[in-house]
Every structure is written in structure tokens, then in C-alpha cells.
Design a protein around this ligand. Sequence first.
Ligand code: C2E
Ligand code: CA
Ligand code: CA
Length: 657
Amino acid sequence: MFKKIKSLFSVPTNKPDLALSQLLALSKQIPLLYFLLISNTAFVAYTHFAFAPLFLTVYMPTAFSSICIVRLVSWWKMRHATPSADKAAQRLRSTVYISAGFGLLMSAWGLTIFPYGGPEEKAHVAFFMAITTIACIFCLTHLRAAALALALVTVIPFAIHFALLGSTVMTAVAINMVLVSSVMIYTLSIHFGEFNTMVEQKVNLEKTYIESVRLSNENHKFANLDSLTGMPNRRRFFAELGAAISGAERNKKALAVGLIDLDGFKAVNDLYGHSIGDALLVEASKRMQTHKNWSVFMARLGGDEFGFILQCDHHAQSAIKFGRELCEILRLQYVLGDFSADVSASCGVAMFPDNGKTAEKLLEYADYALYQAKAEATGGTVVFTPKHHEQLRFVHQINQALRNADLVKELSLDFQPIIDKAKGKIVSFEALARWNSPIVGQVPPATFIVTAERSNLIDKLTYVLFDKFLSHLAEWPEHITASFNLSARNLASPETALHILAAVQKSGIAPKRIVFEVTETAVMADFDRALKTLTLLRNLGASIALDDFGTGYSSLGYVHRLPLDKIKIDREFILEIHQSEKAKNIVRTVVDMCRNLGVPCIAEGVETEAQAQAVQGIGCTLMQGYFFGRPVPACEIGKLFELEFVTKRQKNRLRIA
Ligand code: C2E
Ligand code: CA
Ligand code: CA
């Protein structure tokens, strides 16, 4: 009970926001309170001047009003102050005491001056006390403790005094005063409670708002940053590119938009695991950001692809210099814990405004330049040129023609024999796609396969080719095998694998008659998926040959992990074999490796007798190349089964296996 009463007169210390809000509200109301006190006191002093001693009508009111003025000014100044929560609570506490003090002074003065004067003057004092007390309670609404203290020290003494006078009117005034004050204190308590809740809600709302602003800032940051490397991400890159183009257009400046791709990163990722791959990307991004001498914006666009926007002059020279420097630092060896890895980087650049004026065009051209950089030389920088523009136009044309092509009618397969030189017989055939377009004419497979891959038409194309492949096989004797080439996209698509599976089963052809050829680069594009597809095909009963061996990553690590039945040595190494010791040694190493792995190897691109003999001398007897037979339409292969196949140049009698 005592605690409850005490709490009514105290200022809570644990509600800093409430204290500050109370102070703010009071600073607007308390000056009015003092104004009323001064004026009401002056009026009573004036009406009593003729009856009461000077001490009560002049000196005391003057002293009282002076203190009121000092307080009024101090509260007036508080209106725009921002005190600490502690200071605010302190001020509120002192206000409670001061209110009680003023109340006491007012009561003492009122009671002392009351006996002087006639009935009207007495009524004036009673009215003064009642109305001033009510006004003060009203002005102190936001500090319940002060209002309560002031009410107690004024109402109680006066009520007792009036009640003891023995006058019915005065007793009624006393009762009136007590009732009105009680009701006022009660409503004040309700208001104060509501004020308290309102402040709490306001504080909570502010907190929620601040939190939501923080979260939104954080979201914005994460939406624009790559979480692994901390570099700006793809989204930010596009925003920056748009702004950079507008700026360059306005200021008639040039820009270089570059794309960088790490060559060999996928191999590191697949062989050593994703955490090592991640560490490599983090290190690469750090290296890129050490480029302080250039006015450049760099971002990670995804995977091992990065982009830059370089402010430069209209000549591509500085962009080439920048690209080369970047590729050079990216090529330095990466030491990642217990591992060390070597990767290189290629860079493709398109210039604004010379090459293109929109973000889409610049990125398309930079991407084409990057593709050229990868094809021409690893670790190089290629700037988009009018020659590339011409090529790209051709690619677009091919793309368009391919989209509108009647694939079943326009596509066909040629077959090239694979021979066993020691036995002098054909052991298999390789199916090679041909496209005869009524619009663009004969297009080499190396061109249209890439185009189909890039434009997502490869699956459709593969299905048509594979159906034709199966129908040719169905016409040939059952002991004849043939190989079919699969591209990187085919390997990465489980759908294609399932389609192939279903087609083989439907055709009734024994899967052991089919060899799927896959290149190292295609396998490494997505090793895990490729492994799944190859395992599926092999489980079906088909064989797998690793094509163009030696041109990709040539890492024993993954050759071991692949379900391989054959390895085809790329023709690049066969070309010089009869005249270069180095080429011969390379082929010998591969042949030895195949022997150790227990996998037969086939030498591709054998064009001359000298090459054939050099290959055979190393111990590789399986060969393929123009020397033995060019790729020919399937109908011509059919004839071979009736006639014996004889190489035109060597007159060696080759029998079909
Ligand atoms: P590849 O799989 O390495 O096919 C062998 C390529 O070398 C063929 O070129 C063939 O005509 C050529 N070739 C054969 N013997 C010799 C030779 O003695 N000297 C020289 N210089 N070349 C020789 P083609 O038919 O132009 O095919 C090029 C590439 O296109 C193929 O290389 C293969 O990667 C791809 N390709 C062909 N058909 C298909 C297909 O049906 N599907 C997929 N995904 N790719 C295919
Ligand atoms: Ca092949
Ligand atoms: Ca090949």
C-alpha cells in the first residue's frame, strides 16, 4: 500500500522515452501555469490591498511572482532543448518537489490573507484557490506526481479551513473543491495512463521503423553484393553499366566493357572440391581489386566470370593493357591451403561507343570477344573488331536459319571409318553431322553445333541426328559398331540422356554397338553431371570414348574417374608426329597411359602414310583419318559391306571387322 502510494508521487527511472516526452509536453504547459499563478495572485493582492498588510499584498506576492518568472523563463527555454534521459528525469523529479512547494506557498498565503476583507474578498480568495488549483492540475496533466502533490497541499488545507469556518456556504465550497479536484485527479490518471501507452507505442513504432530501415539497407546491400567474394554482383554490374553509358554519352567519353573468364577453374572445382574452388574465386577477386591505378568498376557476374567497366580514351589500347594486366595477375599460381592450382584467364572487351551504344550490345560483343580470346589463346585479351562483327552477323544468320530449319530434312550423317592398321580392317565408323541449309548452304558441324548449343537448339538437333544414326545402324550388319558425338550441353542434360536411352530401347539395336564420343572440354564444363550421364549410358551397355584428347585439361585425375572405353588422340598431335620428336613423345606418353589404364586409343587425323607408320611405330594401331577414308554419306558405307573397302592411296586391302 505504502509502495503504491509512493509510486504515485515518484518519477520512474526506467522509462527514458516517457521522461523525454513528459518534459516536452510540460515545457509547453508549465509557462502558462506560471503565467496564471502570477496574474491570479496579482488580482487577489490587488483586491486585498486596502485591507491586508503590505507584507501580504505587496512583498509576498512580489517575491512569489519573481520566483514564478524565473521558473517560467527556465521552462520556456526548455521547449527546444534536447536533454539526456537522466537530465529529463531529474528535472521531472525536481518539478514534483517544486509543485508541492508552490502549492504550500499558495495555500499559506491564501489562508493568511483570507481573514482580511469583506465577504466578497473572502469569496475571491476561495475562488482564487479553487480555480488556480484546477488550472495547475490541468497544466500538470503529463506529470501525475506533481499534479497530485500540488492538489494535496492546496485542497486539503483549504477544505479543512473552509469546513471549520462554520459557514454552510464555505463548507459547500470545501466539499465542492474536494469533489472537483478528486474527479480531476481521476481523469488525469486515466489521461496519464493513455499518454504513457501512447509514448510506448510511439517508441515501439520508431524502433520498428529503424529496424525496417536497417533491414532494407541490409537487403539492398546483399542484393547488390556477391556473397562469396564481397564484390559487386551481376545486378549491380548492370545498374552500373547503365549509369556509366549514360554518363559517357553525356560527357562524350569512351568506355571499355570487359568480361573475364577463368580458364581451368572448373577443373579445380571438380577435382579439389567446391571449398577450394570458392577459395580460388575469393583470391582471384582480391587480386582483381588491387588494381588501383585504373578508373574501373569490377563485379563478379557468376561462376568464374567477372566483368569490368573501364573509363578510358577512345583507343582500345588502354583497355587491352588493362585486360592483359588483369589476366597476368590472375595467372599467378594460387596457393590454397595444402593445394596449389594454376588457372589462366581470358578477357573479351567491347568499346562504347565504337562497338555499341547499349548495355545489351556491349555485353554481347564483349562475350563474343571473350569466346574468341578463349578459342585463340588462353590468357589473352581480345577487343571486339569489325571482323568479329561480320562473324557475329554470320552466326546470327546461321542461328536464324537453324531455328527455321526443317531439321529432319536438312540434317544428315556422314560416316568415317576407324581402322585397325595392324589387322588391316575397319573396326568401326564415326558419325559426323552434316547440315545442308536451303538458305545458307552447307555449314560445317563445328559452326552449327556451337550455334545450336548457344541457342538451346542442341537437344532438338541431337534427337534428330540420333534417330538417323539408329536407323542407319539398324540397316547394317549386327557386328558393325559406330560412334556418335555428344556435346557439352547434351552431357549436362539428364533429359537428353533419358531420351537417348528410350530411343535405343525402342530401336531394338544392341547398345554395345554404340560408342558415345565426348570431348574433354565438354566433360569439364560440368564434370558431375557429365559423369552421371556417362554412367547412365554405360550402364545401358554402350561404350564411351574420350574425344580430342590432349586439347583440354588432360588431367589424369578425372580420366581415372570417368567410365571410359576408348581415348582418341587429337589430330593436332598426329599432324607433326612423323617429323617432330616432341609430338612423337607426347603421343607416346598418351599411348603408354592408355595401355596402363587398359583403354584402347585411336589416333585421329591420320592423313599420310608417314603419319600412319609413325603412329603404328609407337604402338597405336587404331587410326582414323583422310588417309584411310574421308567421311562419306551412309549409303556409301552400305556399299562397303558388299565390296571390300580399299584405300585409294595405299591399296591396302581392308576388310570390315
Ligand atoms: P570430331 O569429333 O573430332 O570429328 C572429327 C573431325 O575431323 C571431322 O570433322 C572429320 O571430318 C575431321 N577429320 C577426319 N579425318 C581427318 C583428317 O585426316 N584430317 C583432317 N584435317 N580432318 C579430319 P567435321 O565432320 O567437320 O566435324 C567437326 C566436329 O564437329 C567434330 O569433331 C565434332 O566435334 C563436331 N561434330 C560433328 N558431328 C557432330 C554431331 O553429330 N554431334 C556433335 N555434338 N558434334 C558433332
Ligand atoms: Ca568425334
Ligand atoms: Ca576428335
